[in-house]
Structure formats: C-alpha cells, structure tokens
Design a protein around this ligand. Structure first.
Ligand SMILES: [Zn+2]
Length: 156
C-alpha cells in the first residue's frame, strides 16, 4: 500500500537494521516477554492483540541503525508484525500519521499511549518466572492465550 510505503528511507540502512536485529539474541527472552506484558500483549500502534491472531514483535522507537539503544525498554514497544514492517525506519510520528489516515485511529492518542507505555515499569520478576516455567517467550505467550495444555500441545 503506497501510503505505508517508505519513499525516503535508504534501503541500506533498513537492511543493516534487519541484519543487526536478526534472531532473538539481541534481547533476553524474559525482557521481551516483560515488554509484551507491560504493553498489554497488544500492538502499541494499531492496538491489535494476541487474541486477534497478530504476531507480536518489538519495535525500536529510535531505530538501532539511527543510534537507538538496542535493548533498552524505554526504546522498545510491543508492535505487531505488520505495523513493524510498515514502519520500517520512518520516524514514529510519520508512521502513526499514515496509520491514522488509513485506519481512522487518533494519532495523538496513539502517540500518548506509546509515551505512557515506555514509562511503565517492567515486571521482570513475573516474566522470568514465566520463562523459567515454559522455557521460552513463545510458550509463555501460548500458555497465556490457550492455557497450559494447549501451549504444551502447540509447542511440542
Ligand atoms: Zn499493529
């Protein structure tokens, strides 16, 4: 969709960012889970949650390729895969404006929600306990959605 496409971001910086962030090792499983929990298991941009079948990712508010801290919770928000891909390396206000034009969401409200989210404290203790029990962020999330039996079945 053209309105979400980036015309100004050089392809190179986007490629670098993707390579640097490849895999899950740039952030610990429990910190990833704690950020998802802090943000209510829903995308901070479009508001869609796990229960709507979206895949959760972490979005760097200031992209790593532009000097943003790679694993600092105040630079990270929960973001669905489609918003993350659509944003690319654009400034978040630009992306939120185009998302707002497309969906009718109130851009100011979305930006306020993001500002509030990044200020909330992470519950690392809870996240660590969940990871210790389920061994991975994905399995912990599956348990939250489907309950213990389903998460065991799905993750096997
Ligand atoms: Zn989204």
């Amino acid at each position: 969709m053209e309105i979400l496409g980036s015309t100004t971001t050089p392809l190179l910086s986007r490629t670098n960012r993707t390579e640097k962030n490849q895999g899950m090792n740039w952030i610990s499983q429990h910190k990833r889970l704690a950020i998802y929990l802090r943000d209510g298991l829903a995308c901070c941009y479009c508001g869609k949650g796990l229960e709507q079948g979206v895949k959760l990712t972490l979005d760097h508010l200031i992209p790593y390729s532009k000097g943003g801290a790679i694993s600092s919770a105040s630079n990270l928000i929960t973001c669905c895969l489609s918003c993350n891909s659509a944003r690319g390396n654009r400034p978040r206000a630009h992306f939120v404006a185009s998302l707002s034009a497309l969906t009718g969401l109130d851009a100011d409200e979305v930006l306020r929600g993001i500002a509030n989210a990044r200020r909330r404290k992470l519950d690392l203790t809870t996240a660590k306990a969940m990871i210790a029990r389920r061994k991975s962020c994905l399995k912990a999330l599956l348990e939250l959605i489907y309950g213990e039996d389903a998460s065991t079945a799905q993750a096997a």
